[in-house]
Design a protein around this ligand. Sequence first.
Ligand SMILES: *Cc1c(COP(=O)(O)O)cnc(C)c1O
Length: 367
Amino acid sequence: MREFSMRPEILEFDPYKPGLSVEEIKERYGIANVVKLASNENPLGTSPRVQKVIAREGARTFRYPQNHTPRLTTALAKHLGVPEANIVTGHGSDEIIDMLIRMRCVPGRDNILCYSNCFSMYRHTAKLCGVEYREVKRGENFELPLDRLAEAADENTRFVFVTSPDNPTGLAAGVEELSVLAGVLPKDCLLVVDEAYIDFVWPPESYTPLQAFEKFENLVVLRTFSKAYGLAGLRVGYGVMPEKIAEYLRRARIPFTVNLLAEEAAITALEDEDFYNATLATVMSGRDYVRAELEKLGCEVLPSQANFLMFLPPTSAQRLFRELLRRGIIVRPLASFGFGRYIRVNMGTEKENEIFIRTMREIIDGA
Ligand SMILES: *Cc1c(COP(=O)(O)O)cnc(C)c1O
């Protein structure tokens, strides 16, 4: 076969590893009922109001969507209390991460800075762009090392990424600490706070710097419709960022990446407060129940503010993962995050949580 040349970064590229899908599990293990608790998706599924809107809008999909999703942007500006000029929507928040790094960082000169064992998209995107990826170590007990990030940022650091609440630990940074970090970063460096799980913290005002967005000059907040709003399959997210940066992103981006159905669904999801509140209630009561039960089974559980729990089981995490899988339950072993002894499980419906705990008991007590 003929060899075609590729960029060196691509030749050695380590692809993003998503969790197994329900279909893959059904096929591989011949199981009819699969409980998927591996990708932090919404336990209540897709909102019925959103499903209706998608069905209705299907007839319009021969049209191009409006570029830059102006209707969703207006709805978001109202919802968040920030100017439209500061908002950029994307094909998942992954696309915002991609646009930020691709449009600001000069390959071979600039770097981005993260902490160890974090969400892999920052590293993937940096690599794809030929931009240096730097990491500082987490603190004791998995703590988010904001002090170390402040110290490590240099004049070529274009972004410092902080996931808060963090994936996979569920730990969240306080709004004060984030403000301090933003304040001490070098002049040309932005603080990106990835708030994919911000909906699940309590109380929100202690955690999100977005409420005082106008006080920051170098803050980007990323949010997504994939988790609390139940639209992971449609791919919509957004970033709130300094106006000038937003303007460049809109100028150079690929047009229409947020499709017509995604825009309509996201607008409706924002309006559907009943579904959103029911999601939060399910996740928060599930989190208390699953934590208490896991502890009874001898697991060490981290204090999560997200829709998932990270825990150290009293038996091998790899074996536990395989035994759960054989019984139709998918969780996320954390070897790919560098935490080989740990498991992450997201909150399901009340019934799914009970099935998970019952199956865990069978495996651990039978071990
Ligand atoms: C799930 C997740 C996202 C959301 O990604 P989308 O592209 O919007 O689906 C972003 N950041 C983190 C840390 C996540 O876990």
